[in-house]
Design a protein around this ligand. Structure first.
Ligand SMILES: [Zn+2]
Length: 320
């Protein structure tokens, strides 16, 4: 039998050992090369595009010869105003891409010996970088499955049975429950959204699925609307999960990963950040066949291309 990809040596091309052996200088060079791939790591002024710079080596900064603008390798990127060493940043990225179901922020803070807050914000910034590859704005084509799964808003039952409330009733709910709606191409991209009800998926499909695509959905009645615009396969999950190619198993396997991420690592996710975890799981799902070196490479490259985070810059200063 063929060896599973994730068990093969080919899937392991990056390790913490190698990152720390290379040290801070090598990690810094990695970031420079990812930021300025066109010049193989030679600085380019973000203000005027000039490639002639003075190196202020003691502070790891550059000064543009043309416009005198001072900048660093992370200026204007998701890592702007970072305080962590580059080697630790690279290690954090390695830990995060190695975790197939995500990694808890407490665990990351222990691994890196940094504050919980630092790990929390760093991981969320990296999720924003991942989201750039997930939420591309391009429509899905081919065979597209749609499904929804509910997360959050758990209500702990009372101790005594007599005191327990009917948790299905709206008055007894917390209002924190959200549904993740996944649109997933078979053998292709996964596109998640967070909504209040699964029926909103119809509108999301019209925005994000090519009219020539075939769709698959389960028996839920709100998906009947899809038939107006697409050829739709339906499968009744109360009877069977797969009926001769009619199934939503690609969407289900995405939810499987997201469920394990939420219940196994994060335990609690707030409704306003659920989309971040949904994008993270979609990114992991779509890149499951890449080796971990490739994954880390893509994540750093994306981060260097991603703008300063509006949500996460100065997060704790604001929250405090
Ligand atoms: Zn300049």
């Amino acid at each position: 039998m063929a060896q599973h990809f994730l068990l093969s040596a080919a899937s392991r091309t990056l390790s913490l050992k190698a990152i720390y052996k290379g040290g801070e200088v090598a990690a810094y060079e990695t970031f420079c090369k990812m930021r300025w791939p066109e010049t193989d790591g030679e600085a380019i002024c973000p203000q005027c595009g000039c490639v002639e710079t003075y190196k202020i080596t003691t502070r790891r900064k550059f000064k543009c010869k043309a416009c005198a603008h001072q900048f660093s390798v992370t200026s204007g990127t998701i890592f702007a105003s970072r305080k962590m060493d580059f080697v630790d940043l690279l290690a954090a990225i390695c830990i995060i891409v190695n975790a197939a179901k995500g990694v808890s922020m407490v665990q990351l803070s222990r691994d890196l010996d940094c504050q919980y807050k630092t790990a929390f914000v760093l991981a969320h910034k990296l999720r924003e970088a991942m989201a750039q590859e997930v939420q591309t704005g391009e429509v899905l084509t081919g065979h597209v499955e749609i499904d929804g799964a509910y997360f959050g808003g758990h209500i702990r039952p009372e101790n005594k049975k007599a005191d327990r409330k009917d948790r299905r009733l709206k008055v007894n709910q917390t209002g924190k429950r959200r549904v993740v709606i996944a649109l997933r191409e078979r053998e292709g991209r996964t596109l998640p959204f967070v909504a209040l009800s699964e029926a909103e998926g119809v509108a999301l499909a019209s925005e994000n699925v090519c009219r020539l695509a075939t769709m698959s959905a389960d028996e839920a009645s709100h998906w009947d609307m899809l038939h107006a615009a697409w050829e739709v396969d339906r499968v009744n999950h109360s009877e069977l999960y797969s009926d001769h190619g009619k199934h939503t198993n690609w969407a289900e396997s995405y939810f499987s990963r997201l469920r394990r991420m939420v219940s196994g690592q994060h335990h609690h996710v707030s409704p306003q950040y659920l989309y971040q975890y949904a994008n993270h799981a979609a990114w992991l799902e779509d890149s499951r066949r890449f080796d971990n070196g490739e994954l880390a490479h893509r994540l750093v490259a994306n981060s260097m291309g991603a703008p300063v985070s509006r949500n996460w810059k100065g997060y704790w200063q604001r929250a405090a």
